[in-house]
Ligand binder design. Structure first.
Ligand SMILES: Cc1ncc(COP(=O)(O)O)c(C=O)c1O
Length: 390
């Protein structure tokens, strides 16, 4: 085993087992549930409104919007559906191109494909791990300007879909300025960044609209769920309509005025999520304290870097991460941590290396994304690791 991976693993094991007193298998990210979740879910069951209508959906939508710095929220059954509905509603469709980071979770890209559009993959920024703004600018400069927008190799570039990787918020305000000059819309995949901010502005409020995820592994969970947040009322109304089967409000009749989606979040899930939202600050506080501890732990550990928030960013540290010197050290660390009962994982396989995306369009050589992919390891990140006593 290389010296760097062995030293990183030893430090991590002794920190988790001895300093934090964690016994048994340590998951990468486990949700924290208490009395409140049980009370709200029980209340929801007692009301009999467990399905697609109910007060908890409205309460949850309002709270998610508020905590994202937005006026409106539309809950969906998962984050992938939220991205799909959002792109569809903005008119992204067959033949269009959407700028995506090559390094992201596959759902970002699948949602683009569901609309009939295709991704064009760009490189990442080493400081934020997200889409590189300079690469977006370079890409748009090479596009052909036409009366109706910019085109790349015969396809119109309709939107950019940046992702705040692991809660590290990218500069969407600057990205939007760059894209606006070319008539390209920007929407955020904020699935991983609830409660994070940049220059005092919440992730999710930095563009036209954003999609969030409340999957079981996220900072706040509804079991499975998602949401779209926006400050655009007309967009929110349209999204609510389309994600709830486009049923027109005509008394008790079943009249659907266009093809909608059944992307509704059940009230039962919203009840769980509403209880979780009330603890968002506690969860983020614990995760930020854990980040401080990890940063101190790896300081002075040769060739191991803890991934810190960039200047101006207040990350939610959804998943904590370290960078090892190379692929060999990364693989060794993953093997050893798993052997110790500690769940760690590599970053996602680059989208362009997935078999069904291998012929997708890409721009530039994706060197930074490849480097991150080969060296990054996510390490245990549950807020429950930081009890008030540690
Ligand atoms: C970056 C990113 N986009 C989209 C999603 C999709 O969310 P969901 O799993 O709720 O569909 C996730 C999380 O799973 C994600 O991490």
């Amino acid at each position: 085993m290389t010296a760097s991976s062995s030293s990183a693993v030893q430090r991590l094991v002794s920190f988790l087992r001895e300093d934090l007193g964690q016994q048994g298998r340590i998951p990468l990210h486990a949700p924290t549930f208490g009395r409140r979740e049980k009370d709200y879910v029980a209340d929801c069951i007692d009301s009999t409104y467990v399905s697609s209508v109910g007060d908890y959906v409205v309460k949850f939508e309002n709270e998610v919007a508020r905590r994202s710095g937005c006026a409106f929220g539309v809950a969906t059954m998962n984050g992938t559906a939220a991205i799909h509905a959002l792109l569809h509603t903005l008119g992204v469709g067959r033949g269009d191109l959407v700028i995506c980071p090559a390094l992201t979770f596959v759902a970002t890209v699948n949602a683009v494909l569901y609309t009939g559009a295709q991704p064009v993959f760009l490189d990442s920024d080493p400081d934020t791990l997200g889409l590189s703004l300079s690469e977006v600018e370079r890409f748009l400069q090479t596009c052909e300007q036409r009366a109706d927008g910019v085109w790349y190799e015969g396809q119109r570039v309709r939107a950019a879909l940046p992702v705040h990787i692991f809660g590290h918020v990218i500069d969407v305000v600057r990205l939007s300025e760059i894209c606006a000059a070319y008539g390209v819309a920007v929407v955020e995949d904020a699935a991983e960044s609830l409660g994070a901010s940049r220059d005092g502005r919440q992730a999710g409020s930095l563009s036209v609209a954003a999609a969030l995820s409340f999957n079981g592994n996220k900072v706040v969970t509804t079991g499975g769920g998602g949401a779209i947040v926006t400050n655009d009322e007309a967009l929110a109304v349209r999204l609510k309509h389309l994600t709830t089967t486009a049923r027109a409000k005509q008394g008790w009749t079943f009249f659907h005025d266009e093809m909608g989606f059944n992307y509704r979040m059940p009230n039962l899930n919203a009840a769980l999520g509403f209880a979780q939202m009330e603890q968002l600050d506690d969860f983020i506080c614990a995760k930020r304290r854990l980040a401080d501890r990890y940063e101190a732990l790896f300081q002075g550990c040769a060739n191991v870097q803890f991934v810190k928030e960039a200047a101006g960013v207040r990350s939610n540290y959804w998943l904590q991460a370290i960078m090892l010197p190379d692929l060999t050290a990364r693989n060794e660390a993953l093997e050893s941590l798993h052997a110790e009962g500690i769940e760690a994982r590599p970053c996602w396989t680059l989208m362009v290396d997935l078999p069904y995306l291998k012929d997708s369009r890409r721009f530039g050589n994706l060197t930074v994304a490849r480097d991150i992919e080969s060296r990054l390891v996510n390490i245990p990140s549950s807020p429950s690791l930081m009890t008030p006593s540690v």
